[in-house]
Design a protein around this ligand. Structure first.
Ligand code: SR1
Ligand code: MG
Length: 403
């Protein structure tokens, strides 16, 4: 038996040997080969391996429990799901995801393209850098990966095979609990509420029965509406950027669910970048964030309509009026899940550094109230968000109300 024929949690000392075994044809310069653990997500271990001859690779490795919590056990099959979905994404949105070199179901690890000439979008945004291609790129990625895996386009039996292959009940449960329940009741005691806003959170999130009803509907929609193979965690920590290019990675939460879950995540995470700019008084950066939300949504709508006309195969989807009804449903969901993402990243277990690193307590409390109020507006008034400008106007309204 070889060292890597039985699963164990690899450490930095194992990674060079593992890389040589799995990728022997790269022409590694063994004398200068090095590895570093670079992951900062909540779940996995991510190693960069390189040598001084210019060869490099990323090895992503799943543990049996999560980095964020030893008590949370999640199937290591997530690594297989992620690798297969990235390969599928590359088919529908070529060049917009890292290349997968191999995946290994024994060690629950995969080797992928090293994107060291890119930055993690969340950190770049925290430095108030802007990315002129982002709205164009991310709207293309979402339309292509979502619409093309839906029943509108796919042969229905083939689509059901994908539903079967990409279901990860434990990862779905994380979303069902952490995103679509705990921010509203802290039933498991996981929430991280910023102390100055404790009373505000109690009144606005924990005690609002009308809000709870709408979130309950969103939760059941997430659990039962197998609309498209969505990424499932499309926040700015799952996106690499360069001024001229965008790459989406980390789709381990992918599952068949409403398309608006992904689109809403993008909107909400641009609002977290806006929060950071607001606290720093960086007006130019704030304007870019809002413009990017507006343009992303408008491009998403325009490209969706065009792609639907080009690619729909289901005869009943071509019935007059269906496309409008279907897109309106996606926009409702986008608003709803943007709202739940705004809430869960503000008061839930997994917060975002854009907000938690704001040193001035009163400014942090202010932008957190903005997130909570904007999220409520999105959830409670889903049918009112039909254009990019509508999504932006809610941010401005919440900003004023949060003062
Ligand atoms: C317990 S995992 C917490 C969060 O990290 C991931 O990135 C997902 O967003 C998940 O909800
Ligand atoms: Mg992740």
């Amino acid at each position: 038996m070889g060292k890597f024929d039985t699963y164990f949690l690899m450490g930095i000392d194992d990674i060079l040997e593992y890389t040589l075994e799995k990728l022997p044809d790269i022409g590694w310069d063994k004398a200068t080969m090095q590895a570093k653990e670079i992951g900062d997500g909540n779940l996995n271990y991510v190693f960069r391996v390189w040598d001084e001859q210019g060869h490099s690779v990323i090895i992503k490795h799943a543990g049996v429990s999560l980095r964020i919590s030893e008590d949370m056990k999640v199937s290591t099959d997530r690594n297989r799901i992620e690798s297969e979905i990235l390969q599928l994404n590359d088919k529908y949105a070529p060049g917009m995801v890292p290349k997968i070199y191999f995946y290994d179901t024994v060690m629950s690890a995969c080797g992928m393209e090293d994107l060291s000439d890119y930055q993690l979008m969340r950190y770049a945004l925290m430095n108030h850098e802007t990315f002129p291609c982002f709205a164009e790129d991310i709207s293309t990625f979402m339309v292509n990966t979502l619409l093309m895996t839906s029943d509108v386009v796919m042969e229905h039996q083939a689509k059901k095979e994908l539903v079967k292959s990409f279901i990860s009940p434990e990862l779905c449960k994380i979303t069902e609990d952490l995103v679509l329940m705990e921010p509203y009741n802290d039933i498991n005691g996981n929430n991280h509420v910023f102390a100055p806003n404790k009373e505000f959170v109690k009144k606005e999130l924990y005690e609002d029965a009308a809000l709870h009803l709408e979130v309950a509907k969103l939760k059941f929609k997430f659990m039962t509406d197998a609309q498209a193979l969505m990424h499932g965690d499309l926040h700015t920590g799952s996106i690499f950027v360069r001024p001229d290019s965008t790459k989406v990675f980390d789709p381990e939460f992918a599952t068949y669910a409403p398309m608006g879950y992904d689109v809403g995540n993008v909107v909400a995470n641009l609002i977290f970048a806006y929060d950071n700019g607001l606290a720093a008084g960086d007006d130019a950066f704030c304007d870019w964030c809002l413009k990017t939300i507006e343009v992303t949504m408008d491009l998403f709508i325009a490209k969706f309509n065009k792609k639907f006309d080009e690619a729909a195969t289901e005869p009943m989807a071509k019935v007059p009026g269906f496309k409008k009804w279907y897109l309106e449903g996606i926009l409702n969901d986008t608003a709803g899940y943007a709202g739940t993402e705004l809430h869960r990243r503000t008061v839930g277990m997994a917060n975002v550094k854009d907000v938690t690193t704001i040193a001035d307590e009163s400014k942090r409390a202010w932008v957190e109230r903005l997130n909570i109020l904007c999220g409520k507006d999105y959830i409670m008034n889903q049918a009112k968000f039909r254009t990019g400008a509508d999504f932006v106007a809610a941010v401005k309204r919440a900003q004023e109300a949060a003062e």
